[in-house]
Design a binder for this molecule. Structure first.
Ligand code: AVJ
Length: 322
């Protein structure tokens, strides 16, 4: 067995025990909760891809339109010989729009928890961008991680599209921005996708699509716990809930038990009351100003913000330093 595969196996064992630990802890808590970062196993990632194509789900379409229209302006902020570091890269589709517009990007560093996905995507990127150094890092970007040493001579730009930052509690978003400032270093640029506060009906519809894909995406979390942790959730006894919490400016997703029941998870019995919910996701919405203020408090200065014509979504550029 190669050293790489030994390391990979240990990493994946660490990750699955972290998953078990988080699930047990979250289901023992009151109210019950599970982290949205666990939505994205293979089935969940496929469901999320389908979500991005739903008529009601505007964020991906809006962000792609903004990147297509303004990638050249964003590229103008990057010095020659920049490394683009993407937090949670997924398909790299958005990064390609940056790469196409910015010849200054000499290296691309996708950071993603799924190492299999990373390897496949890296192969495709090397083929399509032969002069680009592609340096994938398999890591949970919400935790501390190291950048490849070979980046030492390059300028750095972070790329965090998708409004994934909206999944963080405001204090976690602050911690992430501070952590990003630290690992990207002086004068770095950070390009972040932010979903904007808007009419509650539009927000609610985006998370309650008529085709039921978002419901399946939410329920897949229980299916994943069944598959990976040998639990016995009966998916037909839980229903998808998503609503806008105006005071906290966030969409909340929950899974509600349709009846009183007990579920076995990792050898423990978990009790559910009728209508009791598991809180599975928060998706915070910001204004351009409220996000700018948050960033300012975390070692970044907002330098530009772009939006779609309807003002639904915003891509913001920040510069390290105050
Ligand atoms: C990937 C976090 C941006 O909050 O809109 C989509 C995830 N959840 N539908 C979001 C999601 C339900 C999504 N983010």
């Amino acid at each position: 067995m190669s050293i790489q595969s030994v390391v990979a196996r240990h990493l994946s064992e660490d990750r699955s025990s972290a998953f078990a630990r988080d699930v047990i802890e979250g289901l023992a808590a009151r109210p019950k909760r599970l982290s949205p970062k666990y939505f994205y196993d293979e089935a969940g990632s496929r469901l999320f891809e389908q979500i991005t194509e739903l008529p009601e789900y505007y964020p991906t379409r809006c962000e792609l339109a903004i990147l297509r229209a303004h990638a050249a302006d964003m590229a103008g902020l990057l010095p020659a010989q920049t490394a683009l570091i993407e937090f949670g890269s997924g398909s790299s589709k958005k990064a390609r729009l940056m790469l196409d517009a910015a010849p200054a990007i000499a290296a691309y560093v996708p950071v993603d928890i799924s190492s299999q996905w990373l390897t496949q995507e890296a192969t495709r990127l090397r083929r399509d961008y032969p002069r680009l150094a592609v340096l994938p890092v398999a890591a949970d970007f919400t935790q501390a991680f190291r950048l490849p040493r070979s980046l030492a001579t390059l300028a750095r730009a972070g790329f965090f599209p998708g409004s994934t930052i909206g999944n963080f509690e405001p204090h976690q978003a602050s911690a992430f921005l501070q952590h990003a400032a630290r690992i990207l270093g002086e004068d770095a640029i950070l390009i972040v996708g932010i979903d904007l506060v808007k009419d509650a009906e539009i927000l609610t519809a985006a998370y309650n699509d008529a085709a039921g894909v978002t419901a399946n995406f939410n329920l897949n979390l229980l299916a994943r716990i069944n598959r990976e942790l040998g639990a016995d959730f009966d998916l037909t006894t839980f229903s998808h809930q998503a609503f806008y919490n105006r005071e906290r400016r966030r969409i909340e997703m929950h899974l509600a038990s349709r009846r009183r029941q007990q579920v076995s998870v990792c050898g423990r019995m978990i009790e559910f009351g009728e209508c009791e919910t598991i809180h599975t996701e928060n998706s915070y919405k910001y204004t351009v100003e409220s996000f700018g203020a948050l960033a300012r408090g975390c070692g970044w200065t907002p330098v530009a913000a772009w939006s779609d014509v309807e003002g639904y979504f915003s891509v913001q550029a920040l510069r390290a330093g105050t």
